[in-house]
Design a protein around this ligand. Structure first.
Ligand SMILES: NC(=O)c1ccc[n+]([C@@H]2O[C@H](COP(=O)([O-])OP(=O)(O)OC[C@H]3O[C@@H](n4cnc5c(N)ncnc54)[C@H](O)[C@@H]3O)[C@@H](O)[C@H]2O)c1
Length: 342
């Protein structure tokens, strides 16, 4: 058995694709009080390449093998959503805290099973990777709304754009993979639950990827009457943008616009747009993982809970139904367990 360094939280990173590799790189570079002990990927060649980013770490073929080493204080899951259910339950059974990338799972029924397992364990062990809750701009917007000086939030206009849709990205991926972030953001910023979802499809973009015809508008209605409209466009052909504006009773709050150095040249006024989520949200990912590490060490996990992950998945199910039916689809939620009261 490997020797246990109790001064640092030993983390297993499961999944070494785009997101897992990014997290693997940040833990030694930017996270205090933690080190990667084991790197797991179903593809052993990927694990072998990725482990070089984490000095002193080993590879394992499965989470089961990683947990057998006995030096694990936390699990970071960055595999595709359809593997999250089994991996999260395995970590829960071992009573090891988990930071699970969004989505918690790919359907409400399996997310509910995770919530029930965590409640039965009697201890918060799961944080879901809705990293926008750790982004400085989003936090400022949250504080501006909570402060109350501008009155209640009435309308949100959110933008979620990629430069070009990833390979194999289809219409069916838009809501579970991308808009799930806005479902969580809308609930969190408005401090309200989503009552219904509608999906509007404008004319197709002739330059979009084959499988995704173009942008879609997602209309989110909240219980207290607020409305959020998401402009979700995976083929913007200019870069990555997550931005928006909230209309309140006495003003507005705008966030996420390109910022930094502005050039005036060749008859144009320009500033840079981030190429992807890793660049735009680097500080938020750092803060999210630091909060997880600190939370595990303090015995109090912060941030988006399994309940938040479950609710987002329920709304995703309604959103996918709305995308297919063209109708307003209602969201039906059970009562929130007292276990998740803030
Ligand atoms: N928070 C964000 O902004 C954000 C951004 C992108 C992706 N994500 C999420 O991160 C997760 C990973 O996305 P990605 O783009 O890195 O995926 P990816 O396809 O690039 O990589 C996934 C990796 O997981 C491995 N894998 C698959 N099943 C496994 C299993 N059961 N056990 C071990 N390894 C397994 C694959 O071999 C692959 O290396 C997804 O849940 C995705 O939604 C979050």
């Amino acid at each position: 058995m490997a020797s246990v360094d109790t001064s640092e939280l030993g983390i297993v990173v499961v999944g070494t694709g785009m997101m897992g590799t990014d997290h693997l790189r940040r833990i030694p570079q930017s996270i205090a009080g933690a080190r990667v002990v084991t790197v797991v990927d179903a593809d052993s060649a990927r694990a072998a390449a990725a482990v070089k980013l984490a000095p002193g770490a080993r590879t394992a073929a499965s989470l089961t093998e990683a947990l057998s080493h006995g030096d694990v204080g936390g699990v970071l899951i960055a595999t595709p959503g359809d593997s999250h259910h089994a991996l999260v339950l395995e970590a829960l059974e071992a009573r090891i805290p988990v930071l699970c990338e969004k989505p918690l799972t790919t359907d409400a029924a399996t997310s509910r099973l995770i919530v029930e397992a965590e409640v039965a364990a009697g201890q918060r062990l799961i944080q879901v990777g809705f990293m926008r809750r750790f982004d400085k701009q989003f936090l400022e917007v949250k504080n501006a709304i909570r402060d109350g000086g501008l009155g209640s939030a009435l309308v949100g206009r959110f933008v979620h754009r990629l430069d070009v849709a990833p390979p194999r990205f289809t219409e069916a991926d838009l809501i579970p993979e991308a808009v799930v972030h806005e479902f969580d953001t809308a609930r969190w910023l408005f401090d309200d639950e989503i009552e219904s979802v509608e999906v509007l499809k404008p004319r197709a973009n002739a330059h979009a990827t084959q499988q995704l015809a173009g942008p879609q508008l997602i209309v989110i209605r909240l219980a207290a009457g607020g409305i959020v409209v998401v402009d979700a466009n995976m083929d913007s052909h200019y870069g990555y943008e997550v931005s928006g504006e909230i209309t309140l009773e006495k003003g507005t709050v705008e966030f996420g616009r390109p910022s930094g150095v502005t050039y005036r040249r060749s008859g144009a006024l320009t500033s840079d747009v981030t190429p992807d989520y890793r660049a735009r949200f680097v500080d938020a990912y750092n803060a999210e993982i630091q909060a997880f590490v600190d939370g595990v060490r303090d015995g109090h996990l912060p941030g988006p809970s399994a309940w938040d992950g479950y609710v987002a998945t329920v709304v995703v199910d309604a959103g996918v139904a709305a995308q297919q039916s063209g109708k307003v689809e209602t969201v039906s939620l059970p009562d929130k367990p007292a276990f998740y009261a803030e």
